[in-house]
Design a protein around this ligand. Structure first.
Ligand SMILES: Cc1ncc(COP(=O)(O)O)c(C=O)c1O
Ligand SMILES: Nc1c(O)cccc1C(=O)C[C@H](N)C(=O)O
Length: 423
């Protein structure tokens, strides 16, 4: 069956999430497909940021406990709002720090090498910041990362096989850190299976959820995941440098935070100013210092939107619209040197499509010149994320037509095939 623009329009009419599109600032004549790197600003996120600024204007220091969004409780309140997105109880989630800082905190807390059981297991496709953090944590413990950081290999440079990861769960492994969704290929790892296997071997397991939270459902508590951390500026639309998310399974409440600070205190004890920390009996214990209020505030509005639908509905549209994109690429772009680098099956495909091409860097530049916003990841990947809350099927149709025109007219040839500073 040949897909047409009419099909795209019909899919838009049938889209039960289409009402959310008008909540976002979408630049005219631009098709934004980079929500997997930085989600768009919504009017509600803008409103809650302005309200928080107003709380500062009106209340000064008293904004910590008064105003529309009292700052002292904001990280906990946002944790509650975020808990359904990761399948956790409300006190198992806190909005604090950043992805990399939270990883440091969690490794400092839960990496307890003992005798032979002293290695950390990760994978060779993981995001570099996580690897840097793990290497430095190993060094702090006096270990050589070359011997103590085990990186599971990919068979094809794109995907990981769960069986290979499980095979690497030896009795030398003390801790496992894996992505929920791989940042390049968009592969979803089977978190339930991996957690079960780690639990069986008494190895603690934590997940980097940057590329999945807000795009796919999770059941961290039910699966028995020990901890997780993620950013809120991609699929959750919290804004550039938005404060991160952290989950700690209830069974670990009471573990002393590896990196302690006064915001990890029990709320009612914090201002007693004692020199002995009384940690919160929740994920809140893993906070360190004063929260970055103005980078938390947009999340209040951004998460209101998620509360008005279900993450399962978001996932359903995400699967449908990424499938539509892949089918269109198949139909319109065959014999142009493209290949799809993400898993095709619904169960293993995250929120973005990973299109590979030898000229990827300059094709991305040509797309941007034409008002289509993808991102490029070296050496040859064009990432395209049609986002369930704000991308229409008609936009996906147009984006593929523009890409086809770029290829037919060789528009990309006027650019250098190398990345810009960021993408
Ligand atoms: C999978 C993954 N992990 C870690 C990071 C690092 O996040 P941050 O710079 O917010 O610490 C990112 C994004 O930048 C990411 O995509
Ligand atoms: N964190 C970012 C940043 O500070 C600047 C530009 C992009 C980013 C990103 O989030 C990139 C993203 N983690 C990726 O998957 O490549």
């Amino acid at each position: 069956m040949v897909l047409t623009e009419k099909d795209a329009k019909q899919l838009d009419r049938d889209d039960s999430l289409s009402r959310f599109r008008e909540e976002f600032y979408i630049k005219p004549n631009t098709i934004y497909l980079d929500g997997n790197s930085l989600g768009l600003l919504s009017k509600r996120a803008e409103r809650t940021l302005l309200e928080s600024l107003n709380d500062w204007k009106e209340h000064g220091i008293d904004g910590w406990t008064r105003g529309q969004h009292p700052w002292f409780f904001l990280s906990e309140r946002l944790g509650e709002m975020m808990a359904p997105l990761v399948g956790a109880e409300v006190d198992e989630v806190i909005v604090t720090g950043s992805t990399t800082v939270n990883l440091h905190q969690l490794v400092a807390t839960f990496y307890k090498p003992s005798g032979k059981k002293s290695k950390i297991l990760a994978d060779e496709l993981t995001f570099p910041s996580d690897i840097y953090a793990l290497q430095s944590q190993l060094r702090i413990h006096g270990f050589d990362p070359d011997t103590h950081l085990v990186r599971v290999k990919s068979r094809d440079g794109r995907l990981l096989e769960e069986a290979d990861i499980i095979e690497a769960m030896t009795d030398e492994i003390a801790l496992i850190i894996l992505p929920t969704v791989l940042y390049r290929s968009g592969q979803i790892l089977d978190m339930n299976r991996l957690t079960g296997e780690a639990n069986k071997r008494a190895i603690l397991i934590g997940f980097d959820g940057c590329h999945s939270v807000g795009a796919i459902p999770h059941s961290f508590s039910e699966w028995g995941v020990d901890f997780a951390y993620w950013c809120n500026y991609k699929h959750l639309n919290g804004g550039p440098g938005s404060v991160g998310g952290l989950y700690v399974n209830k069974k670990h409440f009471g573990s002393a935070p590896g990196l302690a600070g006064w915001f990890g205190s029990k709320k009612e004890k914090q201002f007693d100013m004692e020199h002995t920390l009384t940690p919160a009996e929740s994920a809140g214990a893993f906070q360190i210092g004063t929260p970055h209020i103005l980078s938390l505030a947009p999340l209040l509005g951004a998460l209101e939107i998620f509360a008005e639908t279900r993450i399962e509905n978001i996932r359903e549209k995400s699967l449908k619209i990424t499938r539509f994109l892949m089918d269109l690429m198949d139909q319109e772009l065959s014999d142009m040197g493209f290949s799809v680098g993400n898993p095709q099956e619904d169960l293993r495909r995250g929120g973005h499509v990973s299109l590979e091409h030898n000229e990827a860097a300059r094709i991305c530049k040509a797309l941007k010149e034409n008002g289509i916003i993808p991102d490029f990841r070296a050496p040859n990947i064009i990432r395209l994320a049609p986002v369930a809350l704000y991308t229409s099927y008609s936009e996906v149709w147009t984006a593929v037509q523009v890409l086809k025109k770029i290829m037919v007219e060789k528009q990309y040839e006027k650019f250098k095939n190398e990345r810009e500073v960021v993408a």
